[in-house]
Design a protein around this ligand. Structure first.
Ligand code: ADP
Ligand code: ADP
Length: 236
């Protein structure tokens, strides 16, 4: 079974048809990269997966459960939707860290507020997550005292500390200076090799070619090709 099953999904912004009958199966434990020109609908599709964006028709299922709707047309309650979202980690282009908190506090906050862990349990888990992304020595730093690459790694640590079943990345390296891109991609690559299910919107073709298991190419709201990286990048 797929981790995420996207069937005939359509999305409109007013009269603008942003997603056109999109069909895509996201295999569990694998990396799927979404590529394509700017404005082709990649971010919209990603945001539909955790219902940050409502889709107009079709279905998106996560581990078989319809996301956003109880049945087509009838929306999930806010409580159910929040519960569902908690099992999905998302990393954005902007790091969205709290400036007044240290790296460790940024990661621990969600564990305390959402998971209900005690402060000390949350800090232990935050320390583990930060160690995993290579920031064991920066846990006491505030975001202003971290590089962009380090801030994005804190954002990744914050997501993985919640033990998500699925991680969504929306152009996670696009806001970074070129010399900081590699450290973030390497953390993502390490997550991939642990078998995390990942969907990654990216312009990093090296990453898509060498790390993805599946590449989906979008153009003008349509998924025009889904294949292995070999199939996408070395087609005649
Ligand atoms: P990509 O991620 O591939 O760059 P997006 O999914 O961000 O593309 O956008 C797809 C299209 O939908 C673009 O033409 C964009 O202008 C349009 N769009 C995105 N968000 C909105 C919105 N909130 N309102 C209206 N149009 C939007
Ligand atoms: P870019 O297209 O930005 O130059 P790279 O090609 O350097 O990106 O690679 C991006 C990511 O893919 C890095 O994490 C890198 O370690 C990984 N990568 C690049 N080439 C290979 C390869 N041949 N085998 C495995 N991983 C690779």
């Amino acid at each position: 079974a797929s981790a995420v099953d996207i069937r005939k999904v359509n999305k409109y912004y007013g009269p603008f048809h942003a997603l056109k009958d999109v069909d895509l199966a996201i295999p569990p434990g694998k990396v799927t990269c979404l590529i394509g020109p700017s404005g082709s609908g990649k971010s919209t599709l990603l945001r539909c997966i955790n219902f940050l964006e409502e889709y107009d028709s079709g279905e998106i299922r996560i581990d078989g459960q319809l996301i956003g709707y109880e049945v087509p047309g009838r929306k999930m309650s806010g409580r159910k939707l929040r519960q569902m979202r908690r099992s999905i980690g998302m990393v954005f282009q902007q790091f969205n860290l709290w400036p007044h908190m240290t790296a460790k506090e940024n990661v621990a906050e969600g564990l305390i507020r959402v998971r209900g862990l005690s402060k000390s349990e949350a800090e232990t888990r935050a320390a583990e997550a930060l160690t995993k992304v290579g920031l064991a020595d920066k846990m006491g730093n505030h975001p202003a005292r971290l590089s962009g690459g380090q801030q994005q790694r804190v954002a990744i640590a914050r997501a993985i500390a919640m033990e998500p079943r699925l991680m969504l990345f929306d152009e996670p390296t696009s806001a970074l200076d070129p010399e900081l891109v590699g450290e973030v991609l390497n953390v993502m690559k390490a997550l991939a090799s642990e078998g995390m299910t990942m969907v990654v919107v990216t312009h990093e073709m090296g990453f898509a070619a060498h790390v993805a298991d599946q590449v989906a190419f979008m153009e003008k709201g349509e998924l025009v090709a889904v294949d292995s990286p070999q199939g996408i990048f070395h087609a005649p």
